[in-house]
Design a protein around this ligand. Structure first.
Ligand code: MG
Length: 388
């Protein structure tokens, strides 16, 4: 049996991926996308070794994603996909496997049977490479500026190329070394390794794969392929009145005959929302992340705390579905500022106004809020997170 090394490309920065992390490190369920991909490749018969190419700066993320796999140290990628592959191939040149299977880290659903079919195809005499793909099902349109359709392009014989793309190692290394010498204008068309091989005159065959072997390119892709669950959590906060002439509520400054005292700008509404978000992912509370005793938080704008909590949620692949805030006080009157607070919270959370609710109530003169000693806030956050 020929020795085949899988070269996993995880060096992309994912500019089309809206999250805070490159897509290969985002969580798919409880595991980073890259971890799922590594598990799929490790389980595939015919793949003997795995080598990952990562971007400089992603070493810590890589260690987390690859913790369960006993792999050689990652290779650092180059400024383009093509040069990242070349770096990986050069690193394998001393061990020189018979075959190399180039695979996108963002394709975690590749099936062992399809990899086997690809390996079988490349073993045929006279074949230098085999690529997984699927015949094009959609109608293709050429569209001019102004969105006018100028042409329907015949789709006969057109396929969408996926990965893995498996090649005879020595042939692909030679083809990539040649391509690296080309000018930028000539290399823009070389969008996959098959294109590099074709240019070098190698014979590459197409192997019918599966539509499940999708590439996770956008946050929406990740959400579509994840099995999401809905979670709800509660937040509560109180701040007492202090001398001043305005209170911050929901990120909006409201004129009043007092200010609110305490932690940061004392925005009791944003604090309750922050705790509610943290609650959905079991990430402690606002005091844990931003200790009130720490002078660096004195007077700071509380949108920072809410954004931090939202960032933690996003890192887990989650998103906010709905935020509901109730402010409890006798004064100031909330009604005239309600719409501004909805706008402010929607803007901070990066969600539509229709996903934000701000309500207010008094306690009929009873208790500390009734005695006008301070303001209380209750928040409920509803989010969607990948099922763990
Ligand atoms: Mg507070």
């Amino acid at each position: 049996m020929p020795i085949c090394t899988a070269l996993i490309l995880a060096a992309g920065r994912g500019s089309r991926f809206g999250g805070l992390l490159p897509k290969q490190y985002a969580l798919l369920g409880a595991q980073p996308v890259l971890g799922r991909t590594l598990a799929a490749l490790r389980a595939a018969p015919g793949i003997d070794r795995i080598q990952v190419v990562i971007a400089a700066g992603d070493e810590a993320r890589y260690r987390t994603a690859a913790a369960d796999f006993d792999l050689p140290p990652p290779i650092l990628g180059g400024p383009s996909r093509q040069l990242s592959v070349l770096n990986g191939l050069e690193a394998l040149a001393t061990e020189a496997p018979d075959l190399v299977a180039i695979h996108d880290a963002a394709r975690p659903f590749v099936r062992a049977a399809d990899i086997a079919a690809c390996l079988k195809a490349v073993a045929a005499s006279g074949v230098d490479g085999a690529v997984l793909g699927i015949p094009l099902a959609d109608t293709l349109k050429r569209v001019t500026r102004g969105a006018t359709i100028s042409e329907t392009v015949p789709r006969d014989n057109l396929w969408r190329a996926q990965t893995p793309q498996i090649f005879r190692f020595a042939s692909l290394l030679r083809a990539h070394r040649d391509a690296a010498a080309l000018g930028a204008s000539e290399t823009t068309a070389l969008t996959d390794d098959a294109a590099v091989a074709e240019r070098a005159g190698l014979k590459v065959v197409m192997v019918a794969g599966s539509g499940d072997n999708t590439k996770i390119t956008t946050t929406e892709d990740l959400q579509r392929v994840s099995t999401m669950e809905t979670r709800t959590a509660f937040g509560f906060d109180v701040h007492g009145f202090a001398p001043g002439n305005a209170v911050m509520l929901g990120g909006v400054s409201i004129p009043h005959n007092h200010a609110l005292g305490g932690h940061s700008d004392a925005d009791v509404g944003l604090h309750a929302l922050t705790d509610a978000i943290l609650g959905t992912i079991g990430a402690g509370d606002i005091g844990f992340h931003f200790p009130p005793s720490d002078p660096q938080w004195r007077g700071v704008s509380s949108d920072r705390f809410l954004k931090h909590a939202l960032g933690l949620l996003a890192e887990r692949g989650g998103r906010v579905i709905h935020l509901d805030l109730t402010l409890i006080c006798e004064a100031p009157r909330i009604g005239p500022h309600r719409e501004a607070m909805v706008d402010s919270i929607a803007r901070i959370a990066g969600i539509g106004r229709d996903r934000v609710s701000v309500k207010a109530t008094t306690t009929e003169g009873l208790g500390f809020t009734g005695r006008r000693e301070g303001i209380a806030a209750q928040a409920v956050a509803t989010v969607e997170v990948p099922r763990s």
